[in-house]
Write a protein that binds this ligand. Structure first.
Ligand code: GDG
Length: 493
């Protein structure tokens, strides 16, 4: 079933960041797409669905029909004060939940005052939801910034149809226990009809936390708590494969890719693309590159790593620190190995347009996607979609959720430099037939499990729940308890 036909219900999407930055110019209001994994997938989903509203934080608060452009949905931007952003976004979301969920316990900072702000801001989002959502509409809340919203909406409007998707890993219960607000977060999420994660490991961690910390009861894929059921579902988010693949074949992108290759005189190109973040393993990857060059002098002048890093969260010290470390190691490696004609690392620290990015994907012989931990990772999927000749090699961290969908990639442990060096060696030497065999399998899967598939996996289920229409809607046994199809992924325990 395609999303277009799956349900007539209008969708209310709620997330911290919206799809566009809006700024006033002499020509009027201009919009510019924001960068990040959530927007990459959710924007085409809402566009395809053809109606709805997206509620998010935005500097220009207000309601924008057509999302201030020709979009088929409206935007509702909520304004937050500097102090609120500090506590809710930089504090709880980025200094507590982000490191905790990526298992970086040493970077975690818990602060009660910031938590108060997080609650306050979640209440503000919930209020906007209550204003925007009408009877029968589906409210789909996204990510760890807004974990309390489902509970707040449910309290005010018990019959709401609520979905929640958690885009980052959900940590093992031993780590999650350290969170002072663990009960509230779990209760917040359990007010949803469905809570979604990318892969079964995160869903299992969540179920374990709900059982151990809240005393919820696990029944199949349902959690029973406080007199109601919540379905827990693992489905990896997709990209708009057809659109990405089609655009990447455009003449202008081909031409740009050709120029990138020409500039590097036919060298083999290795590519890294990410936001500046300590979870993405940029530093470790550069160390692996250094070791490769130490061991293989015959590669001098024959291989270049293009490392694109998009500035992100640079008002947090941990991020500024990572930026300094990255600058230093790039300087060290280039200083050590460059010979005046060749430079092993091209380090591009800025934001690119989607078209520019696609040209890099097309130009690269190898994509090096080696986060230390990543909920899923869309860069790997985009690289695959941008290989019309079905060539190229993907080196992928086993700690990225997407590795479960892509066993044909060269899987590596990003903490193990030797493993990374060996994978680079293998990738540089891989013959075209092997590249093709692996790439075709990956393309098939990522194309099938695209954004429409993913959205439909959730939306059709929430429709089924509504169709069941029990009298006491949330009491056990009255919901549609049909078993969920086994997850169509490979290699999951
Ligand atoms: C979170 C989770 C999960 C990057 N630089 C530029 C740019 N990008 C785009 C990429 C890609 C997106 O940003 C990054 O997505 P990721 O999935 O790799 O990572 P996060 O932003 O951390 O996303 C992640 C995701 O949510 C979805 O659930 O996969 O695990 O952490 O689309 O192409 N885009 C443009 N210019 C850039 O310079 N235009």
């Amino acid at each position: 079933m395609k999303i277009e036909n799956s349900s007539p219900a209008r969708l209310v999407v709620v997330s911290n960041r919206g799809p566009y930055y809006l700024r006033m110019t002499k020509q009027g209001l201009k919009r510019e797409k924001t960068v990040g994994g959530l927007v990459t997938s959710i924007l085409p989903m809402l566009e395809k669905r053809g109606g709805g509203v997206w509620i998010a934080w935005g500097e220009r608060a207000g309601r924008y029909p057509g999302a201030a452009g020709p979009s088929p949905f409206d935007l509702r931007y909520i304004s937050l004060t500097e102090e609120q952003l500090q506590g809710y976004y930089l504090g709880v979301a980025n200094n507590a939940l982000w490191p905790l969920c990526h298992s970086f316990l040493g970077r975690v900072h818990y602060d009660d005052t910031e938590w108060e702000t997080y609650r306050q801001v979640n209440a503000q989002f919930a209020e906007a939801v209550l204003e925007e959502a009408h009877d029968g509409e589906i409210v789909w809340v996204h990510d760890y910034h807004l974990a309390l919203v489902p509970h707040l909406v449910r309290q005010a409007r018990p019959e709401s149809r609520l979905l929640f998707f958690w885009h980052i890993p959900f940590p093992p219960v031993e780590l999650f226990r350290t969170l002072p607000w663990r009960r509230e977060i779990l209760e917040g999420l359990l007010a949803s009809d469905i809570v979604g994660f990318h892969i079964p490991e995160y869903a299992d961690n969540f179920v374990e936390a709900a059982v151990e910390i809240l005393g919820a009861e696990a029944r199949g894929d349902q959690l029973v708590y406080d007199g109601r059921n919540t379905q827990v579902l693992a489905r990896p988010i997709g990209i708009d494969y057809e659109a990405v693949s089609r655009t990447s074949r455009a003449r202008v992108i081909e031409e740009r890719a050709r120029r990138i290759r020409q500039n590097l005189n036919g060298q083999q190109i290795i590519l890294g693309v990410e936001r500046m973040d300590y979870t993405k393993g940029i530093f470790e990857r550069l160390e692996a590159m250094e070791r490769l060059l130490e061991r293989r002098p015959e590669l001098y002048g024959r291989v270049t790593l293009i490392q694109i890093v998009t500035p992100s969260r640079n008002n947090i010290e941990a991020y500024r620190q990572k930026k300094r470390e990255t600058d230093e190691i790039v300087g060290r490696i280039n200083g050590r190995f460059s010979d005046g004609f060749w430079m092993p690392i091209r380090y591009l620290y800025r934001s690119f347009t989607p078209a520019e990015l696609m040209a890099y994907y097309r130009a690269a012989d190898i994509a090096l996607v080696t986060p230390l931990r990543d909920g899923l990772n869309l860069v790997a999927k985009e690289y695959i979609a941008c290989r019309p000749e079905a060539d190229g090699v993907l080196i992928l961290s086993e700690f990225a959720g997407v590795s479960q969908q892509l066993p044909e990639a060269l899987l590596v442990n990003p903490y193990d430099r030797q493993d990374m060096v060996e994978a680079l060696g293998r990738a540089l030497a891989m013959e075209k037939p092997e590249q093709r065999e692996r790439m075709l399998l990956m393309q098939k899967r990522i194309k099938e499990q695209d954004i429409s598939w993913w959205a439909d996996e959730f939306l059709s289920r929430v429709d089924d729940l509504a169709a069941a229409k029990p009298i006491h809607r949330y009491s056990l046994g009255e919901r549609d308890m049909k078993p969920v199809q086994p997850m169509p992924l490979v290699g999951i325990g």
